[in-house]
Design a protein around this ligand. Structure first.
Ligand SMILES: Nc1ncnc2c1ncn2[C@@H]1O[C@H](COP(=O)(O)OP(=O)(O)OP(=O)(O)O)[C@@H](O)[C@H]1O
Length: 273
């Protein structure tokens, strides 16, 4: 397993920013971390990237504790911070070449990534739009072709078409274990296989999106009784079946039963409110 997090906790003074968080991510999986401002997403991702220290709990990469890896783990992780910190007076190939030499990577990868992300090579980074800058930061995280990607809000502030192309690129990286945080639930729903919903540092749901959707689905029943048509919604099959029996026993007729599968957005608001 590429990433295993057990009972992760981060305390600032008496404030608990991350509270007993556990999750796993393996190659080919994309875990989306969602939660309101201040829920603890950035803190969690920074701990995972080795930028801040945890208070307690364990993080295992490839079965080995983060502390035991030392700096070696940096070769296996690509971390995208919430805000881009780029060298504005460099050309993109100069910027990426800098990191290529730090990681001891062949410079050919620089051109490969710039072309893959369709970034111009003849303009200084400072003249780039927000979306281009975000893409360049993502290129930087990929320069050493890491096996694990940790992205803090990779699509925040991007226009819909750039968001789509970035989330599609993330979805296509099937040879990696990916963890990313986001506020836009549409992209999380479209990109991730698993989600972790955080509230005040705690996990309030962790698992497959499909499972959650299944858990939260409801049923709309339309029936007629004594010449009138009615509509009712049920959260469980048991309640639905009980009502169907009652209607049929009373001489009514079932017109239609529809399964309502909620969008992640609806589920999120239900769970967090
Ligand atoms: N160095 C620090 N000292 C004290 N409190 C901190 C520190 N860093 C973060 N916090 C607090 O920890 C909580 C979690 O912050 P964090 O940045 O992880 O949230 P987030 O979910 O990423 O929020 P956002 O969606 O706004 O980026 C917040 O209440 C924040 O104020």
């Amino acid at each position: 397993m590429e990433v295993v997090v057990e009972n992760l906790r981060k305390v600032y003074g008496s404030f608990v920013a991350v509270d007993n968080l556990s999750f796993e991510v393996s190659k080919g999986e994309i875990l989306g971390i969602i939660g309101e401002n201040g829920a603890g997403k950035t803190t969690t991702l920074k701990i995972l990237a080795g930028l801040i220290e945890k208070t307690s709990g364990e993080i295992y990469y490839f079965g080995k504790k983060l502390e035991e890896w030392g700096v070696e783990i940096k070769k296996k992780i690509g971390f995208l911070p919430e805000f881009d910190a780029l060298y504005e007076n460099l050309y993109p190939n100069e910027y990426l070449s800098l990191f290529a030499s730090i990681y001891g990577v062949n410079k050919e990868r620089v051109n490969f990534l710039l072309e893959l992300f369709e970034l111009p090579k003849d303009r200084m980074v400072g003249t780039f739009s927000k979306g281009m800058k975000r893409k360049l930061s993502i290129c930087r995280t990929l320069i050493h072709d890491p096996e694990i990607l940790i992205y803090d809000e990779p699509i925040s502030g991007l226009d819909p078409s750039t968001s789509l192309s970035v989330s599609e690129m993330i979805r296509n990286m099937k040879d990696k274990a990916i963890i990313f945080s986001a506020h836009n639930l549409y992209y999380v729903e479209a990109t991730c296989s698993k989600i972790l919903i955080m509230k005040r540092g705690k996990s309030i749901y962790y698992g497959e999106i499909e499972e959650l959707r299944d858990l939260m689905k409801s049923y709309r029943l339309r029936y007629s009784l004594n010449g009138e048509t009615f509509e009712e919604t049920f959260e469980s099959v048991e309640d639905l079946n009980r009502e169907i029996k009652r209607i049929v026993d009373s001489g009514g007729k079932i017109e239609d039963i529809e399964t309502l599968v909620p969008r992640l957005e609806e589920i999120y608001f239900k769970l967090t409110s």
